[in-house]
Design a binder for this molecule. Structure first.
Ligand code: MN
Length: 225
């Protein structure tokens, strides 16, 4: 998918191999201005180059000498509890941003859900438009900073649902988030103000709607089990 760290099961921190490389910032597979006008170049530059980089740096620091050092990122996220602040905030921050870059498409490339993903969206929401409305509502009603998610039920892979979480929490954090929103995140929308404030100021809904037109549905399908 063009990222140094894939958002799915292969995302890992450290390495089982002979040369642990630590937790790296994924390279973008498109230019910082590739999402314009939905997301402006300056926002992407700061968001990926500063915010995401900061989560990676602090995650590495939190993992140093920790029992979970070297574990895959998803295992870290499913192992931690509410008081594991460094891993919670920065492990979540790294995973969430990596996923969010991976499921957006540059301008000029649009896609629609196909195959199993399309069937699951129709079965779970009725239509793609209904899914988008649910995501808009979840993003809009999240007070303060957090994320809106499309999630796959791990026990029932055909069941998809929408939820939101605060701060950098996500549905993989089974020791932290409520049972009814646990699952595999397929698509995440960052509603922290740093994600949109330069271009949209207070207009979060406009940002979310613009982003929903830039979803790379084949990338979303690749994340699904
Ligand atoms: Mn962010």
């Amino acid at each position: 998918t063009g990222f140094g760290v894939a958002p799915g099961a292969s995302a890992s921190i450290g390495s089982a191999g002979p040369q642990p490389t630590g937790c790296a910032l994924p390279e973008m597979c498109y230019a910082y201005d590739a999402l314009e006008p939905a997301i402006d170049r300056k926002t992407m530059e700061i968001h990926h180059g500063k915010h995401h980089a900061g989560y990676v740096r602090k995650l590495n620091a939190a993992l140093e000498g920790h029992a979970l050092e070297g574990s895959p990122l998803e295992s870290v996220l499913s192992s931690i509890g509410p008081d594991d602040t460094g891993l919670r905030n920065n492990g979540g921050g790294h995973f969430n941003h990596g996923l969010s870059w991976a499921i957006l498409s540059p301008k000029g490339q649009s896609s629609v859900p196909e195959g199993d993903l399309a069937d699951r969206i129709d079965a779970s929401f009725g239509s793609l438009d209904a899914l988008k409305s649910a995501l808009s509502a979840a993003a809009g009603s999240r007070f303060g900073s957090g994320w809106a998610w499309l999630v796959q039920d791990v026990q029932q892979p055909d069941r998809l649902f929408v939820c939101s979480t605060a701060n950098q929490d996500n549905p993989l954090m089974t020791g932290i988030v409520d049972a009814d929103i646990q699952g595999r995140p397929l698509l995440g929308i960052d509603v922290w103000e740093h994600a949109y404030y330069l271009n949209y100021q207070n207009r979060r809904a406009d940002y979310v709607n613009a982003l929903l037109d830039r979803i790379n549905w084949s990338a979303v399908a690749e994340v699904a089990a």
